[in-house]
Structures are given as C-alpha cells and as structure tokens.
Design a protein around this ligand. Sequence first.
Ligand code: NDP
Length: 292
Amino acid sequence: MVAPGPGTTNAMADRAPAACIVGWPVKHSRSPVIHSHWIRQYGLTGEYRREAVAPEAVADFFANLAARGYVGCNVTLPHKEAALAASEPDDRARAVGAANTLWLDGGRLCSTNTDVEGFTANLDAAAPNWELGRDEAVVLGAGGSARAVIYGLLEREIGAIHVVNRSAERAEELRRRFGVAVQPAQWSALPHLLSRAGLLINTTSLGMAGQPSLQVDLSPLRGDGIVVDLVYVPLETRLLAAARARGLATADGLGMLLHQAVRGFQQWFGTRPEVTPELRAVVEADLAGTKE
Ligand code: NDP
C-alpha cells in the first residue's frame, strides 16, 4: 500500500489506493485492463479508473490529484507535456520532454516517462544481451515515441542512432535534443544503414491498422539482426512477420506497452508486478474485442 502524503485526508488514508489514466479521449486506453489484472492477481485492494479530462481542465486535475482521491496516474495523449509541466520530472521525463506516469511522494507530484524502460525491458525480455556487439541502431520515425526509444538506446550506450524520418527537420531536432550520437538519415540510405546496424526499431505509425503500410527491405540486415515494432494494432505487423520469416529476433509493441506499465503500478500499489504470458493473453483478448 502506498503511504498517503501530507496532502491526503484521514478519510483518504482509510480508502484503498486509486490510480487512473488521464487522457482526452481515454476510452481506447488498455491501461485499465493491465492494472486491473494485476490488482486481481496480487489480491490487492486498489482501483484503476479512466479519467477523460479536457485540455483546459488538465492543469487543475493534476494540481488536485490527491484531493480527487488518487495516489497517482498514467497520462496519455494529449496531456504528456502538461503532465511534465505540472510535476517534478526525473531525468528520463525531462530528456524525453513528456511524462506518462505520476505519483505523489509526500506533498510532491513526481513523474517519469516509462516508455523508456518499456522499450528497453521489452527488448531485454525478447533478446537478452541485445546490446552486446551492437553499437549502431536505426530508428524509423522522430515523434514522441522515438524520443523515448532514443533515450533508452543512449542509456544502454549505443554509440550511433540513425534516425530516418519523413520530415527531416524533426530528425534534426532530435540531434539537437540528444546530441551527436543521433544521426539523421534519408530513407534511401536504409539498406546501407541496416547492413551495419543490426537493430531496427519502427516508431512511426506506419503499419498500424488504418495507416499506410511500412515498406522496408530487411535483406541487408545482419543475420543476428533484431527488429522492434512499437505498433501493436495489429499485434503482428507486416514488418515483424517479415523479420520472423527471415529468422530474425523480434520485439513487439504489446510487449513494450505491458513493460511500461510496471513502474506506475509499483509506485501506486507497492508491489512490483510481473509481465506474464497470462497478462499478455488478457490484453490480447481485449485488443481483439473479445471478453475475458
Ligand atoms: P507521433 O505522432 O509523435 O509520430 C508519428 C511518426 O510517424 C512521425 O515520425 C511521423 O513522421 C511518422 N509518420 C506518420 N505517418 C507517416 C507517413 N504516412 N509516412 C511516413 N512517416 C509517417 O506518434 P508516436 O511517436 O506517439 O507513436 C507512433 C507509433 O508508436 C503509434 O503507432 C503508437 O501507437 C506507437 N506507440 C506504441 C507504444 C507502445 O508502448 N508500444 C508507445 C508509444 C507509441 P513525420 O515526423 O514526418 O510526421
């Protein structure tokens, strides 16, 4: 159980801890499925709710989180920058420029960006020791999730991160943000870059249901290459299917989504949860629109 901070009332201290996902809209979020499963699995008394909060109301929502009965929250679009501004971010959230997990520590509202550890923990699980002998990576995309991925790669001391994006200026912006390890590149350079890098990560929305497909020829990738796709609808993207057909190691977007949820649950409910095949099956069933 999370100890109530000074901002919490005695009445609140008697209540089961509650957390929520804050977004606008929020009904698409899978976070309640993940956290509710863990609450049941660990036999905890706690609650995890959805909170649809409009942009003009979100600063007030964060400022009054404790008074609303929450020990913390997850944050999704479009509120991740507002969450950063409303809280005391750690190095990851500050570097990425967005916060997605908030918790009360005494009277302080702290935040982090768990997409960073979601990315690296998922890769650790799918391809243990993936960093060994791999000093270069190719990142497709330069949006919000690319920032978290790049920070994760830098934490693991990957020396060269080639960022290939439709809008060259956004890749340049990432070089200014993260430094010279980030090397903006053209799509036409992909075959050459893949032959060197051995790690390809798609952070674009290409290949997602309803979006154009992602066309990448994986044949130049090294035989020990690893392919990561952040897209999780569909679960198996064409990129991942093509990688598996070549016998390459892969890490999928659902794995990242599950791993990024661990830290928040631990902060709010006091138990570090595990990402298990059972959890994955529950969320897969939800994504497929089926009942558990
Ligand atoms: P952003 O909107 O911040 O970035 C989108 C990126 O996709 C940009 O680089 C954009 O390029 C590129 N892109 C979009 N459409 C096209 C196109 N038609 N042709 C070429 N490039 C295109 O999104 P996010 O970074 O937040 O999310 C990206 C994907 O990652 C989504 O599918 C999201 O669901 C997934 N995601 C998964 C997570 C997980 O836990 N598995 C976590 C976070 C995100 P440009 O800059 O040129 O517009």
